[in-house]
Write a protein that binds this ligand. Structure first.
Ligand code: TXA
Ligand code: MG
Length: 314
């Protein structure tokens, strides 16, 4: 189904049009501090199904539900002392909490892929917050890219992948974090790191006063963490210090390239540049060589995304 995709500004008129579209079951992409999300009313099953259709997602992975504030989140799930510590410390922000659903949650079962838990996030981005507050309901949103492609950090990236397939994109410039949210689940009182992301583990462990468990140490998993993901069209070679013939080079620190994630070796700058630079090199075509990125702080999440971009494809 083809439609004219509107590019809306995050002003009163744009927000009011975006809110009406969501209420009518249409898809609206919106900026968050991590990446652009492809939003639908999480209570309307057909609207949520349209997300999978627009993205061409091969399977029903559970989606993250976005809310304006902690109070709205608490109406959907069984809250816990650990969730409260993390929400107070890091919401609004690039953190998703997976918690048990309350009986009266009202969400479409397609959002949770039938699981008894749901991933919740209160984003900090002002345009995301304004949209969620005005809409006043839960918004399901995966990253706003076709399935298996690079996550979008600008409205242009969203339109490059989804123009004609969604009702609108709320354009508020580039995302500042540039990596998806960190996902934390719980095994009883113990917090589990389900996905590395825009919030590094160290401050989370400091807030909890306890180390994060790995999924392998528990009975819980993050569905949909497929190994090939975030994929440019051309092959990706990691830990490269020089480009081979025909390769485009993505540099970092002392390793120079056609583009650099961060010439000064700053991991925060590298995270913000990661998907945008992969998009730009991908648009030039050809295989991509990537400089080594250290496994400290945000470097762990950056390396996780790079490994997925480089994984063998089906
Ligand atoms: O930064 C982000 O998190 C972005 C923005 C738009 O908020 N969203 C995003 O959504 O990355 P998505 O659909 O690409 O990732 C959702 C992932 C699932 O693949 C799964 O790993 C995890 O969230 N997840 C969601 N619900 C879960 C649940 N009930 N149990 C375990 N994992 C869950
Ligand atoms: Mg995604």
């Amino acid at each position: 189904m083809s439609q004219a995709t509107l590019r809306l500004r995050p002003d009163a008129d744009g927000l009011s049009r975006a809110t009406k579209l969501l209420s009518n079951g249409a898809l609206v992409a919106f900026p968050t501090e991590t990446v652009y999300g492809l939003g639908a009313d999480a209570r309307q099953g057909e609207a949520v199904a349209a997300i999978y259709e627009a993205k061409g997602r091969p399977s029903f992975n559970p989606l993250i539900v976005h809310l304006a504030d902690v109070a709205a989140a608490r109406t959907l799930v069984e809250w816990s002392p650990q969730a409260d510590i993390l929400a107070r410390a890091f919401w609004p922000g690039p953190l998703t909490l997976v918690l048990p659903l309350r009986a009266d949650h009202g969400l479409s079962s397609l959002v949770t892929a039938g699981l008894p838990t749901v991933g919740l996030r209160v984003p900090a981005h002002p345009a995301a917050h304004a949209l969620l507050a005005r809409f006043g309901g839960p918004v399901a949103a995966p990253s706003a890219n076709p399935s298996g492609r690079i996550s979008p950090t600008t409205a242009d990236h969203v339109l490059a992948g989804l123009d004609g397939r969604i009702a609108a994109v709320l354009d508020d410039g580039p995302c500042t974090v540039g990596l998806e949210s960190t996902i934390i689940g719980f095994d009883g009182p113990h917090a589990v790191l389900l996905r590395e992301g825009g919030l590094p583990p160290e401050p989370i462990e400091a807030a909890l006063g306890a180390p994060l468990l790995q999924p392998a140490d528990t009975t819980i998993t993050a569905p949909g963490q497929m190994s090939s993901h975030y994929a440019p069209r051309g092959a990706v070679r990691l830990d490269a210090t020089v480009a081979r013939a025909g390769e485009l080079m993505l540099g970092f620190g002392a390793v120079k390239g056609d583009l650099s994630l961060s010439e000064s070796g700053d991991l925060v700058e590298a995270a913000a540049n990661l998907f945008g630079h992969l998009h730009r090199l991908d648009a030039l075509g050809g295989p991509i060589a990537v400089a080594p990125v250290p496994m400290t702080g945000l470097g762990r999440a950056i390396n996780d995304r790079l490994r997925r971009a480089a994984a063998p494809r089906d």
